[in-house]
Design a protein around this ligand. Structure first.
Ligand SMILES: *Cc1c(COP(=O)(O)O)cnc(C)c1O
Length: 370
């Protein structure tokens, strides 16, 4: 390779620069109206998010982590209940369960890195109350299989769709399968704002009433305190920014799928790699929050790519939830355990040019050719 390039894993300043004019105009508009908390931009964003996902109710909340806690409280998860979630997730998913004094139980994932329904089934006890699938990397779990287990054992389903806005299974959007689903608008997420932000969606009018109160100090639509709540509102300014970004979000998804297709084309024949499922994959419509593959000699590959100025990451800093021994976990889901010696994420975002993708793929190939 003679060409010299630098492909960072994620380019935060590029996120701002691409939309700079519109961001500055939005700041001026919102600021001049003094419209900071629970104002019309938030209401409009919520309406448009609900329409995009084809769901009855959408709420902007403070972040994707508190969104899960609120979803669990609103869905009636109580102290002592066991909630089954994948070990391959951000600590926030398990922490949300802990925050409601319920017990997080860690399940294994399948070769596509998504929660295994079989593993969920094997962990059910008489205390199990809910299953919390994580719609990871921009993919939606096989929700038929998970719903079948949930139905058989009378479990509530709450989805952590922080990484999967716009992802679908059999045409239905991630976040809209369970009693409630949650999203993150963290800057590096598919739809990112300029700081923390999150969303919560539900098709249930009762859960929507609870969420409305839970995120705003327990106040109902008339401003009366009706229950204990939190301060967990999405800033109106962030909502205004997210609103204009949501309008062009379909192009964002198309570009990510195009990049995934390009990686597939350029790397699909490398025997040392197990790539993520390709864009055309049966019942699944992936939006590629991440491009998480499995690789032989992962650590050496990562060092080789770093030497070629290609930024990569092992998700969760290299440790699935069961690896945090101080938190008291004792099981080690088998596939997840092995996968964390092999998994690596290549750059996947819309700041990448085709040339960047080609460069990354060539750098990967040159490692295994050597
Ligand atoms: C990002 C993320 C969260 C947390 O979202 P925040 O907005 O950062 O609080 C939760 N779960 C998963 C799977 C995530 O990727």
């Amino acid at each position: 390779m003679t060409e010299v390039r630098r492909v960072p894993f994620f380019n935060y300043p590029a996120l701002f620069e691409r939309d700079e004019a519109q961001i500055m105009a939005t700041l001026k508009d919102v600021g001049s109206r003094g419209a900071y908390i629970m104002q019309r931009d938030l209401a409009e964003f919520e309406e448009e998010l609900a329409a995009f996902l084809d769901v009855r109710h959408a709420f902007g909340v403070s972040d994707g982590s508190n969104a899960i806690t609120i979803a669990l409280v609103a869905s009636g998860i109580s102290p002592g209940d066991e909630v089954i979630l994948p070990s391959h997730t951000f600590i926030a998913t398990a922490a949300a369960v802990h925050a409601v004094d319920a017990v997080p139980v860690l399940a294994d994932c399948s070769p596509d890195h998504m929660l295994s329904a079989e593993s969920v089934r094997s962990l059910i006890t008489d205390k199990t109350r809910a299953v919390l699938p994580v719609q990871l990397n921009g993919r939606t779990c096989d929700m038929d299989a998970i719903q079948a287990v949930a139905d058989k054992h009378g479990l509530t389903v709450v989805e952590d769709a922080a990484q999967a806005l716009g992802s679908r299974f059999r045409g239905r959007c991630a976040g809209t399968f369970g009693s409630a689903g949650t999203f993150s608008f963290y800057p590096a997420k598919l739809l990112g704002c300029l700081g923390d932000g999150g969303g919560l969606v539900t098709n249930s009018d009762d859960i929507a009433d609870q969420v409305h109160m839970l995120r705003d100090h327990g106040r109902d639509r008339d401003g009366e305190i009706r229950r204990w709540g939190f301060n967990s509102r999405l800033d109106n300014l962030q909502a205004a920014i997210l609103k204009f970004k949501l309008a062009k979000f379909p192009q964002e998804i198309s570009r990510r799928r195009e990049i995934a297709g390009r990686y597939q084309e350029l790397l699909g024949d490398v025997p040392a790699l197990q790539l993520p499922p390709p864009p055309e994959d049966g019942d699944h419509f992936d939006v590629y929050q991440n491009y998480e593959l499995e690789a032989e000699n992962r650590d050496e590959l990562q060092a080789h790519l770093a030497a070629a100025n290609v930024g990569t990451l092992v998700q969760w800093g290299g440790t699935p939830v069961h690896g945090f021994k101080e938190l008291g976990f004792t099981n080690a889901p088998e596939y997840t355990e092995a996968m964390f010696r092999r998994c690596l994420m290549l750059p996947m975002n819309t700041s990448l040019s085709d040339e960047d993708v080609d460069y990354v793929a060539a750098a990967v190939r040159s490692f295994y050719d050597a």
